[in-house]
Design a protein around this ligand. Structure first.
Ligand code: NAD
Length: 419
C-alpha cells in the first residue's frame, strides 16, 4: 500500500529520533506542526460565477528562524501533503544551515483551467486570508509546483497594498524587476546538478557520458537537465504531466529548453517536433537502466509497488518526497545511492535566503556571487551528509535527517519551552 506523504515523513522522523537518541519531548514537538491554517478562498471567475477553493498554510517549526516554504497549486494538494512539505522544509533549512524554519502552503485547484486574471485574484485573496500568520520575520512564501515568479509578484503586491509600502522581503522567487535575485529561478536545478556531479565524483564516475532520466520538466527538472547536458551528461528521457520522450543517444535538450522557456505554460506534448520523438510512459521512465534517475515532479512516485523495478544506480531527488519510506527501504536493500530531497533540492531555499537578505538590504548581488555562494553551501552540506553516512554506515537520507534533527533539537533546547 502507498503510504501517505506525511506518514512517510513521520516514519523518517521516528527512525532518526531513535538513531540519535533524540529527547522524547523534542521528538513529540517535531512530529506536530506548530501552526496550521485552512482557508476557504472565494474568487469571481471571468464569467461572473463565484468559485470557492480550499487553501492551506502550515508552519512546521520556527525553532531555527522565520518559517520558509513554497506555495503549491495542484488538484491533489491537501492538508496531509502540505504538512509533509512543511516538515521537509524545516529539515532542509537545517541541513543547509540557513536560519529559517519550515512552512508550506497550497491551494487545491487545477491552475491549468484558470485564466491569468483568475489566478491573480486567487493568489491575492489567498494571501489576504493567510496574512495574519505570514510576514518577512514570520513566514516567507516562495514558488512551488504550478506557481512561479509572476505568482510571487502578485503576493508582493497584495502584502504591499495592505502595508501601504513596498515589502520586498515578504516573499522570494520574485521577478528580477521586482526585487528578485539573479540565479533564483535556476537555483534548485543548479543545486540538483551540483549534487549529481558530486555524488558521481564520490563514486568514481564522470558526469561526461553519464546517462540520466528526468521525471518532471518544470522549473527543477528542466534546469537540472540543461546544466547536466552542459556537463556532457546524456539526458536520455524526460517527461511532464502531458508526455514523456526517450532517446538512448540523448535528447536535444537545448531545443526542448528553448520550447519551455518561450511558451506560456508549456506542455511537452505541444512541442512542434513531438511527432518525431520516441515516447515513454512514467513507469517505464522510472525503471530505465540509466546511471542517474532524477524524479523532479511530485511525491510518492517510487513506492513499495515499483521500487523493485528501479534500475538506476543513483537517484537524486529533485522533487520533495518522490520516494515513499517503504520504497526507500527497498532501494536501500538494493544498494541504490539516493541523494535525499532535503539535501538535493535545497538550492532553491539557499538562494531564497540570499534573495531575502538582498531584499532587506535593498542591495543586489551579481549572478557569479549568488552561484559561488550557493556552490559553497551546497558542497559543504553534501560533504557533511556524505561523511556522516560513511562514518555511521547509514544511507544519505538517514545521515541528512540525523544532522537536521540534531540541529533543530539544539535550537529548541537553547530557546527552552515557552513560557
Ligand atoms: P513546476 O510546476 O515548475 O514543474 C513540475 C513538473 O512536473 C511539470 O513539468 C509538470 O508537468 C510535471 N508533472 C506533474 N505531474 C506529473 C506526473 N504525474 N508525471 C510526470 N510529470 C509530472 O514545479 P517545480 O518547481 O519544478 O517543482 C517540482 C518538484 O520540485 C516539486 O516536488 C517541488 O516541491 C520540488 N521543489 C521545487 C523547488 C523550486 O524552487 N521550485 C525547490 C525545492 C523543491
Amino acid at each position: 500500500m502507498v503510504q501517505s506523504f506525511y506518514d512517510s515523513v513521520l516514519e523518517q522522523i521516528d527512525v532518526t529520533a531513535e538513531r540519535i537518541s533524540l529527547d522524547k519531548g523534542v521528538h513529540k514537538m517535531l512530529r506536530q506542526p506548530e501552526r496550521e491554517l485552512t482557508v476557504g478562498v472565494p474568487i469571481e471567475k471571468d464569467d461572473g460565477d463565484i468559485e470557492v477553493f480550499t487553501g492551506y498554510r502550515v508552519q512546521h517549526s520556527g525553532a531555527r528562524g522565520p518559517c520558509k516554504g513554497g506555495i503549491r497549486y495542484h488538484p491533489a494538494t491537501d492538508l496531509d501533503e502540505v504538512r509533509a512539505l512543511a516538515a521537509l522544509m524545516s529539515f532542509k533549512c537545517a541541513v543547509a544551515n540557513v536560519p529559517f524554519g519550515g512552512a508550506k502552503g497550497g491551494i487545491t485547484c487545477d491552475p491549468t483551467g484558470l485564466s491569468n486574471k483568475e489566478l491573480q485574484r486567487l493568489t491575492k485573496r489567498y494571501i489576504a486570508m493567510i496574512l495574519p500568520i505570514i510576514g518577512p520575520r514570520r513566514d516567507i512564501p516562495a514558488p512551488d509546483v504550478f506557481t512561479d515568479a509572476q505568482t510571487m509578484g502578485w503576493i508582493m503586491d497584495a502584502v504591499s497594498m495592505y502595508e501601504g509600502k513596498t515589502v520586498l522581503d515578504i516573499v522570494t522567487g520574485k521577478p528580477l524587476d521586482l526585487g528578485g535575485s539573479l540565479g533564483r529561478r535556476e537555483a534548485t536545478g543548479r543545486g540538483v546538478m551540483l549534487n549529481t556531479v558530486e555524488v558521481l565524483d564520490r563514486l568514481g564516475k564522470d558526469p561526461k557520458g553519464t546517462t540520466v532520466a528526468i521525471q518532471g520538466f518544470g522549473n527543477v527538472g528542466s534546469v537540472a537537465a540543461q546544466l547536466l547536458h552542459e556537463k556532457g551528461s546524456k539526458i536520455v528521457a524526460i517527461s511532464d504531466v502531458s508526455a514523456g520522450y526517450y532517446d538512448p543517444d540523448g535528447l536535444d535538450i537545448p531545443s526542448l529548453m528553448n520550447f519551455v522557456e518561450t511558451e506560456d505554460r508549456p506542455l511537452l506534448c505541444n512541442h512542434p517536433e513531438c511527432q518525431g520523438f520516441n515516447t515513454i510512459d512514467n513507469d517505464s521512465l522510472l525503471a530505465l537502466d540509466v546511471d542517474v534517475l532524477i524524479p523532479a515532479a511530485l511525491e510518492n512516485q517510487v513506492h513499495s509497488g515499483n521500487a523493485d523495478s528501479i534500475s538506476a544506480d543513483i537517484i537524486v531527488e529533485g522533487a520533495n518526497g518522490p520516494i515513499s519510506k517503504n520504497g526507500d527501504s527497498i532501494l536501500n536493500e538494493k544498494g541504490t545511492t539516493v541523494v535525499p530531497d532535503i539535501l538535493a533540492n535545497s538550492g532553491g531555499v539557499i538562494v531564497s535566503y540570499f534573495e531575502w537578505v538582498q531584499g532587506i538590504q535593498s542591495f543586489f548581488w551579481g549572478v557569479d556571487e549568488v552561484n559561488a555562494n550557493l556552490k559553497n553551501i551546497m558542497l559543504s552540506s553534501f560533504n557533511d551528509v556524505w561523511e556522516l553516512s560513511k562514518e555511521k554506515d547509514v544511507s544519505m537520507r538517514d545521515s541528512a535527517f540525523m544532522i537536521s534533527l540534531d540541529k533543530m533539537a539544539k535550537a529548541i533546547e537553547l530557546r527552552g519551552i515557552f513560557p
